[in-house]
Design a protein around this ligand. Structure first.
Ligand SMILES: CC(C)(COP(=O)(O)OP(=O)(O)OC[C@H]1O[C@@H](n2cnc3c(N)ncnc32)[C@H](O)[C@@H]1OP(=O)(O)O)[C@@H](O)C(=O)NCCC(=O)NCCS
Length: 441
């Protein structure tokens, strides 16, 4: 067994034993109450899942194994000459639960380099699609084409002992994460750069090499990719992409199938697609106003127009967060450091001054503050990546780190198939009249 797999197994066995004791002693303890409106309204605030890799505090934002984003920026290993955390280090932290050393992070870099080979049929599957196919569709199809490589599926078919599920899920997760940058870069270069593909550079870290294969050699863009891949990686377990991956994985669908399910969820405009929607919305506003940097008055008028057309203001609001997303703040800091005069980035900051009071005045929005998607596009455009249809693929590559680390934990902890109870409105009406019991088995 490799060092990482060994350490993971040790941690997982320890946690599994703790969970066993907790459940033996406290298994019947109530963890909350469910009210009727919650089951009609997206199960908000209903605790129903265990996800070990990160925890979201509504006021404070995300913490990965207890560490905030500023903590990660300070404590995780960096690339040589760089200031931003290496996503390899975050993966280690999420998987093992402890901060990695520089050596641990570079070990993961080299393991992912070794495992990054993408078979030709995956490129052929992408090439079979019309060039106009949305990059997220191409991405999901490529992930499914890669499923031929699943160790989990092969070993299950051969009769795997359930004690070994975690081992096969671990191998698939590492292979898949290693291969995603190549797949994503291939889609980008095919769709937007006339199929002029760039070979990987084995001397670079995972995110730096991704930037290189996308065709961006600027050190600033490489740093941005390290930050981007770190801050988009995980947001606890109930968001659509994480929950979909976990749910599908609970049927013992292999990590490729489970991750593809999560990526279909990330493709929704209320989830990961919001990052492309934000920049599209800003471009349309600038075009309509005919200015590069709209004033706050102009932005306010455009926001009101968007709302009056029955549309959401993309990049604002959150199902759980109740303040400015620290992932937004981290990107704002990056902008202040690397491109303080950029007009598009300044537009994002002006929108930040303008939108919250307008949303607040509507009275129904629980969180008027920006989320991660409100900022990311402007930073990418600064370096020349203007093809906003592609942005959700970047998010997806990053999200693999969190959801696949979690999938390894799911299998190591022997998590069962997920199967919550649902009801019909007819039955709810009977229950309200006292004619029927609807809860429980
Ligand atoms: C993220 C989001 C889906 C959360 O939804 P939610 O938990 O249902 O949010 P709320 O409880 O605050 O929603 C209450 C109402 O405010 C509306 N609302 C929420 N955010 C809004 C926004 N940014 N612009 C306009 N209206 C918004 C909702 O559509 C809902 O309206 P309704 O009662 O008429 O259906 C929602 O804020 C949104 O659509 N944001 C824009 C898309 C986005 O940025 N997504 C990325 C999320 S990381």
């Amino acid at each position: 067994m490799g060092i990482l797999k060994d350490r993971f197994k040790g941690k997982a066995d320890q946690t599994a034993a703790e969970i066993k004791d907790i459940l033996k002693e406290h298994g019947n303890k109530k963890i909350g109450e469910v009210i009727l409106s919650q089951i009609y309204q997206g199960m908000r605030g209903m605790t129903g899942l265990v996800t070990e890799t990160s925890l979201l505090d509504p006021q404070e934002g995300i913490r990965f194994r207890g560490y905030s984003i500023p903590d990660l920026q300070q404590k995780l290993p960096k690339a040589k000459g760089g200031d931003e955390p290496l996503p390899e280090g975050l993966f280690y932290l999420m998987l093992i639960g402890e901060l990695p050393s520089e050596e641990d992070a570079s070990h993961i870099t080299s393991v992912w380099q070794r495992r990054s080979h993408v078979p030709n049929h995956v490129f052929a599957a992408i090439e079979a699609l019309p060039i106009g196919t949305h990059p997220m569709t191409q991405f999901v199809i490529a992930v499914m084409a890669l499923q031929t490589e699943s160790q989990f599926a092969k070993r299950y078919a051969a009769g795997m002992n359930k004690k070994d599920y975690w081992d096969a899920a671990f191998d698939d997760s590492m292979d898949l994460i290693a291969r995603l940058p190549r797949v994503a870069a291939y889609i980008y270069r095919r769709k937007y750069k006339f199929g002029d593909h760039i070979q990987p550079n084995g001397l670079l870290d995972w995110a730096g090499n991704f930037a290189h294969m996308l065709g961006y050699e600027d050190d600033g863009f490489k740093e941005l990719m390290r930050l981007y891949m770190t801050i988009h990686a995980d947001h606890e377990g109930g968001n659509v992409s994480a929950h979909a991956t976990h749910l599908v994985g609970s049927a013992l669908s292999d990590p490729y199938q489970s991750f593809a399910a999560g990526m279909n969820g990330l493709s929704g405009p209320l989830h990961g697609l919001a990052n492309q929607e934000v920049i599209k919305w800003i471009f349309e506003m600038r075009e309509e106003l005919g200015v590069e940097l709209p004033s706050t008055e102009q932005i306010a008028a455009y926001v009101k127009k968007t709302l009056s057309e029955g549309k959401v203001v993309p990049g604002y609001g959150h199902a759980v967060l109740r303040k400015t997303d620290p992932r937004f703040s981290a990107q704002m800091e990056f902008g202040k450091k690397h491109m303080p005069g950029d007009p598009l980035v300044n537009t994002v900051w002006r929108i930040y001054e303008t939108v919250p009071p307008i949303l607040q005045s509507m009275g129904k929005i629980k969180n008027p503050w920006p989320n991660v998607d409100a900022h990311s596009g402007a930073l990418l455009v600064h370096y020349g990546m203007v093809e906003y249809d592609f942005y959700t693929v970047l998010f997806g590559v990053s999200r693999s780190l969190g959801v696949l680390a979690s999938l390894c934990w799911d299998r190591a902890l022997g998590m069962p198939i997920e199967r919550p109870k649902s009801v019909t409105t007819e039955q709810v009406k009977k229950w309200l009249k006292g004619q029927d019991e609807i809860w429980g088995e």
